[in-house]
Design a protein. Sequence first.
Length: 241
Amino acid sequence: MSECDRPRVGAALEGFFEAARSWEFELAWKLCLLEKELVRPGWRRPGAGLAVRVARDGRSGLWDAVGDDGTARVRETAETADEATALVQEAFGVKGWRPQPPPPPGWHRFTLVHNPVDGRPPGGEDPRYAALRARPPRGCVADDVDGCFGLRCERPGDRLLDAVAATCAEVRGEHGLLMNDLCVEELWEWSADGTDGWGAEIVGQLLLMAAERGPRLGYSVEDLTAVLRTAAGAGAGADGA
């Protein structure tokens, strides 16, 4: 195969896979309709939870979303996958999620959670959160996050971690709580997307966890800082050298 033929072959393969995905989604939808017609109501396990499947129509360029909660199915179409999914969620009475526009320059958006390491999280309605819920830091709103008390914030800062640290310091100083969670679950994931991106949130999560857990083991904040300086070196670069 010549180098001139490679772009045409690549484009053909891309078109083939796009058509295959579209055919697979259309087949699944038709099977759903067939099942709905042939199978008596209630055959599916009720209360199975809402599942949403999204696929792009290769002909129209629009996105189709099909939602199924175990008792009913809904199909919605929109210009983006997020919008189609949100329409389906709202059709089932669930608050639809839509991406927010990026914050203004110099501002950062993040979610802080109080999730203590010892024992079960006390839950967002615990009395210890009453004052913080009533008077959250400026730019933050109180919310329940997976059964824990959380703050969804949009705050200024030179970098993301600067904004996170200032918010944590304000909460700790006024309410005596160390917000120790940035809602990062897959800590082994990584993204080299700069000081204000997903990679920075992962680093922030690790630092907040260390800030809570280290003192419980007898390590002071100064000890933890010394460990970082000794292990990485004051002038460590991106490659750790």
